[in-house]
Design a protein around this ligand. Structure first.
Ligand SMILES: C[S@@+](CC[C@H](N)C(=O)[O-])C[C@H]1O[C@@H](n2cnc3c(N)ncnc32)[C@H](O)[C@@H]1O
Length: 247
């Protein structure tokens, strides 16, 4: 069973406050980059893995998606998503990404924002996603960048507390990392960029886009503190499509 850290009350409240105030990298960087990588959503059947509060599900429907299935391991996140959603074409399921087993070709697009770095067995998950897409169906996801997950100790700082460097270490050693975010003991999984990409290719996906997005200029003007994200990549974004025989 995966860790269900978003269900821990202190973590949940901290994360909810962060997202409500949008003080993190999500609004300034990850959300715009992921949305820019999307195909036309009109008529698509969409699966969102690690859907959180359902922001993407509601966005996809506002862009004409036929239906959205939001999956999340946290009952708290799913409960909040249901409160925020009034749409019979959005279904929220409580379950883990590791266990997805939808019928073949159930979805035209599978999306995941900042959740797959919590998944241990990435290779099996990629095969399951491949199976639930038709040929040319797309898989688009973001994760915490491997430069950040490799050695998640945060910035080194000078005597005044100013960030000096992001210490990269143990990059080629994949596997679990224990980190602190709101609370101690948050488990994430580090994989190299090579593993993220080659696993997709081996499963029969074609890579359409690899992004390492920076905060958009308007957010940098508004919140100069976000410029720290110009010093190391915060997010890795991958967009792939299931290869058809004529590809
Ligand atoms: C950083 S939040 C992102 C939420 C949402 N995708 C967004 O961008 O607003 C990560 C989400 O992934 C969920 N999650 C983490 N590990 C999971 C797993 N193994 N299976 C399903 N959901 C998971 C968490 O409960 C949380 O809601």
């Amino acid at each position: 069973m995966p860790q269900n850290i978003y269900n821990e009350p202190i973590f949940f409240e901290g994360y909810k406050k962060l997202r409500l105030n949008d003080t993190g990298i999500n609004g300034a960087l990850e959300v715009p980059a992921l949305r820019a990588a999307l195909p036309d959503l009109a008529g698509l059947r969409v699966l969102d893995m690690g859907c959180g509060f359902g922001d993407f599900a509601r966005y996809a429907r506002s862009c004409g998606a036929a239906s959205v299935t939001g999956l999340d391991v946290s009952e708290n996140m799913i409960a909040e998503a249901r409160v925020l959603t009034n749409d019979s074409q959005i279904e929220y399921l409580c379950g883990s990404i590791e266990e997805i087993a939808f019928p073949p070709e159930s979805f035209d697009l599978v999306v995941s924002s900042m959740a797959i770095h919590y998944v241990n067995d990435y290779a099996s998950m990629v095969l399951s996603v491949h199976a639930c897409l038709p040929n040319k169906g797309q898989f688009i996801f973001s994760v915490e960048h491997p430069v950040c997950t490799a050695n998640p100790v945060g910035w080194t700082k000078d005597a005044d507390g100013n960030p000096l460097n992001w210490p990269l270490d143990n990059y080629q050693t994949e596997g679990i990392r224990h980190t602190k975010w709101f609370i101690d003991g948050v488990e994430k999984y580090h994989r190299t960029v090579e593993t993220y990409v080659t696993t997709l290719l081996r499963a029969g996906f074609r890579l359409n886009h690899l992004g390492e997005p920076s905060p958009l200029p308007e957010f940098l003007n508004e919140r100069p503190a976000l410029s720290i994200n110009l010093r190391r990549p915060a997010v890795l974004l991958l967009a792939a499509a299931k290869m058809a025989f004529d590809d």
